[in-house]
Ligand binder design. Sequence first.
Ligand code: PAF
Length: 326
Amino acid sequence: MPQTTVARLSTLALLAATTLAPVAAQTVLKIGYTPVRDSHYGVGANVFCDEIAKGTANRYSCQHFPNSALGGEREQIEAVQLGTQDLTNVSTGALGNFVPEVKVVDIPFLFRDYDHARKVLDGAIGQDLLKKMQAKGLIGLAWGENGFRHMTNNKRAINQAGDAAGLKMRTMENKVHMAGYKTFGILPTPMAFPELFTALQQGTVDGQENPIPVILSAKFSQVQKHLSLTGHVYSPAVILITPKVWTQLSDADKKVFTSAAVAAAAAQRKRVNDDEANGIAQLKKDGMQVVEKPDGESFRKAVAPAYAEFAKEFGADRIAAIQAVK
Ligand code: PAF
């Protein structure tokens, strides 16, 4: 046989082998979150998606839907419950309406600092809360982080609790936040996050409260003048996966997904640290007037009587157990 025919035949054989080789099925999972892609939520989702692709030899990958493309947090949690959305990264602010036991972590001034909050969530209490989600048709993979929430508004500087009194402030749709903020004299106005920027721009509300990474990534400096670092409540985040996908995963893939969520949470927390360290200077440059050390004691004193109600709802021992974590 002439040399050229041999070469042509072996090329054909190679082509047939490549075309006919079984190709591993690829599943593209939809992951949604409310902040933009360049945010602590986007960083967490990027790491999660990279890790599941790596750990499953690309059998699983993600399509990202940042910036509330799939709706606010409530809609996204509902969709994950129903199985019409595969994954979401949300804060507990909205999740407590689906898994009531989770609401305990939204009590104002419950956590001393980041170290305390992260220890509680990574320890027995946090892991127990993740398990509670299963009974509500949600699989919580790992605790990530939104951050400590601070107040912004367009009326005045908030140096102490009395300065917040009378301000109409957008809050999350979360009864624990609202009960707490009422003790500061704030008029809480629950609203989904996708409506917030316009509400601030149009003056429907005077202010809002969110962690620094959200204030930065949502560009609230364009529509808010005052920022006060009240740190009045810690806002955890969690990666949720729909049981519809979870129950189809092999045990090995479940391990990959869980480790990916733990890595994502670490990256998200690191971005929160970085935004806290550098973001305040940026917000000042953007024109915000910042009260860096408001009188925290005045807020703690105001909210103290509400703890009796929180104890009735969640149990004084549960609250004490969280506070006792060192
Ligand atoms: O304010 C909120 O609604 C939440 O903090 C946000 C920005 C959606 C992140 O979880």
